[in-house]
Design a binder for this molecule. Structure first.
Ligand code: GLU
Length: 376
């Protein structure tokens, strides 16, 4: 297939391409990638680069062992601080346009005001004809405030920047039905129409398992991007000819097709960026009403509350399922009541809220506009 036309792309390059022999930044794979970026700009398109390799560059500068293995968090954070300017200097040599360093944390993505700030900055940098080079701010991002991997970071950046293409460079030719490093008969998918549970099974593990890098985080990134209408390409970044083919509008890797009905910016943010702090367990009737009748969540359908959480927090709505391992997810939403209040009004009719609580700001616990349905 041909690569659909695009105007603004985010291209993600991982540490294995930046520092392939573990001796710091190398031009081996970066020259063809830079050529793709320059050629895209020449064709009038805008490009944002998301580059890993800060820790790898820091390690090499310190003359240490292998990136990532057995490092403490402060060690990694210090190495990222040492390596980030080396990484920038390395990329800068490959471009005539100015390169602009943008370091983001998860906090910049989940908090609306910071998200808008970052978006405005990236737009300004593109307007000024620079190449924004993004990485996670590893030096300050503590674990719970980390995106954690640059595949998902790149997807968030694509959403934030209103890109219409996400290119993820890997060291395989695309998504295969088995690991091509281990099974020579493995077949590549040229196109993935939708990211289903089967796609996740293929890359090892349930949809919500903790991300461990590798192909899984690439599929997660593609899911985030395509859900907002951004087509995603997985391409072999070690093969210059594949990048050249992309420049000519061909599709040498795997193309994840964008959703036909992308989620709105707000709902996308709720599903993908907003962390949940607790759970509300509802009965089957309430689950059905949420799923099939476009209803808001009322206190009458609530059977249990797992906090702590406060008014305005995001929570998961789940329904018990005897047949499966645990409760099944129904929705995610922003609650009008904190966990302690909810425990007092659960199971009651909405008009009775004011009899139990001094402050009853709403008849519903989660308004439909603040709720998104989620699969299992
Ligand atoms: N931000 C990390 C670095 O630059 C890499 C994270 C990743 O590659 O997923 O070293």
């Amino acid at each position: 297939m041909a690569l659909p036309d695009w105007d603004r792309a985010v291209i993600k390059v991982g540490s294995a391409l930046v520092a392939p022999d573990k001796r710091g930044c190398s031009t081996t794979y970066l020259l063809p990638i830079a050529r793709f970026i320059v050629e895209s700009q020449r064709q009038g398109n805008e490009v944002i680069l998301v580059s890993s390799g800060a820790v790898a560059a820091g390690l090499a500068a310190q003359g240490d062992g292998h990136p990532g293995s057995g490092l403490s968090i402060p060690e990694k954070q210090a190495l990222a601080a040492i390596g980030q300017p080396l990484l920038m200097a390395h990329w800068r040599r490959l471009f005539d346009v100015p390169c602009a360093q943008v370091l983001l944390t998860y906090d910049d993505l989940r908090r609306r005001a910071r998200f808008v700030n970052a978006k405005n900055t990236i737009n300004e940098l593109l307007d000024r004809g620079t190449l924004p080079i993004v990485n996670e701010n590893d030096t300050v991002a503590v674990e719970e405030l980390q995106v954690g991997d640059n595949d998902n970071l790149a997807a968030f950046v694509a959403v934030l920047a209103g890109a219409d293409l996400l290119v993820i460079c890997s060291d395989v030719d695309g998504l295969y039905d088995a690991d091509p490093h281990e099974s020579p008969d493995a077949e590549r998918y040229p196109v993935v129409e939708a990211i289903t549970d089967e796609v996740y099974d293929m890359v090892g593990g349930a949809r919500r398992a903790t991300a461990t890098g590798g192909m899984r985080t690439k599929v997660e990134a593609a899911e985030k991007a395509t859900d907002r209408g951004i087509g995603t390409v997985l391409v072999n970044g070690t093969k210059g000819e594949h990048l050249d083919a992309l420049s000519r509008g061909e599709m040498p890797g795997t193309f994840f097709r964008p959703a036909e009905q992308p989620r709105s910016a707000r709902k996308h943010w709720m599903v993908h960026a907003l962390p949940t702090t607790g759970r509300i367990v509802v009965d089957e009737g309430a689950a059905q009403a949420l799923r099939h009748q476009g209803a808001s969540l009322l206190p009458a359908g609530i059977v249990d509350v797992e906090g702590p959480f406060a008014r305005g927090d995001a929570v998961e709505v789940v329904v018990p399922d005897e047949g499966s391992d645990g409760p099944v997810r129904v929705a995610k939403g922003i609650t009008q009541y904190g966990a302690d209040d909810l425990k007092r009004i659960r199971g009651r009719q909405s008009h009775a809220i004011a009899e139990v609580l001094d402050d009853a700001p709403s008849d519903h616990v989660i308004h439909r506009d603040d709720l998104v349905l989620v699969d299992g």
